[in-house]
Write a protein that binds this ligand. Sequence first.
Ligand code: BTN
Length: 263
Amino acid sequence: MIDSVLKYLPHNHPWADKIHYFDCVESTNTLAKDMARAGAPHGTVLIADRQTAGRGRLGRSFLSPGGMGIYMSVILRYHCTPEELMHLTCACGVHVCNGIEAVLQLRPGIKWINDLVCGQRKLAGILTELIITCSEVCAIVGIGLNCSQKTDDFDPQIRSLATSLAMITGQQPDRSQLIAGILQELLLMDRRLLSEKEALMAAYRTDCITIGQSVCVVQNESARHGKALDVLPDGALLVQFDDGSRRAVNSGEVSIRGMYGYI
Ligand code: BTN
């Protein structure tokens, strides 16, 4: 797998000699955290063919069957405060979309904050996690992308909510080419993350399908309805609730009316 990714990656890509491939892991993010704590350098990439305990946002699981998706984590180290990385998930979302578009001429939308969607169904998810020390912030950027699943390959509970590149394009995607395309884009993201925050967030707003939609925000077991107005510079979703109040939402589940079964 590494050789076929390298075939598509420019030979001078600074992360090319830091790619690790695993047939099966619990979670590339969990392993990346262990490797980061043990000193793995900036740009270390972990790719797995299969995950037995792939994780998503809000403690959810991310189904990761062998050979059918891209399950990848990248270790990125920054000398800044955690607050300066609040837009990291958004920036990754935009650049993963760029990578998919560069390879397949297909641009997903982004459902706030970290789901890539096509035709109202989830295609991919991004899980960013931070390890904060006094000298730096280490970010683990995890990407799970459904590639070759057919409808029946998804669990019955998510069958009507999920999609794959094969279902969208009618063709089996080349995972190595996609991994290389995404790594190219994550390198560009890394280079502009701290210096081009406004441009990154402007691009995120363009991709974000949640803005302007009727939404339901579930936090601490209570559900509130409203309209998503904007995404703020730190990545929070600005919502106008039906009682007239306005709030920046930066945690919890946000469902869009008409999508993922919310009516
Ligand atoms: C989400 O859907 O909320 C995010 C899903 C992120 C899944 C990827 S797969 C590679 C990496 N390892 C994990 O355990 N999770 C991320």
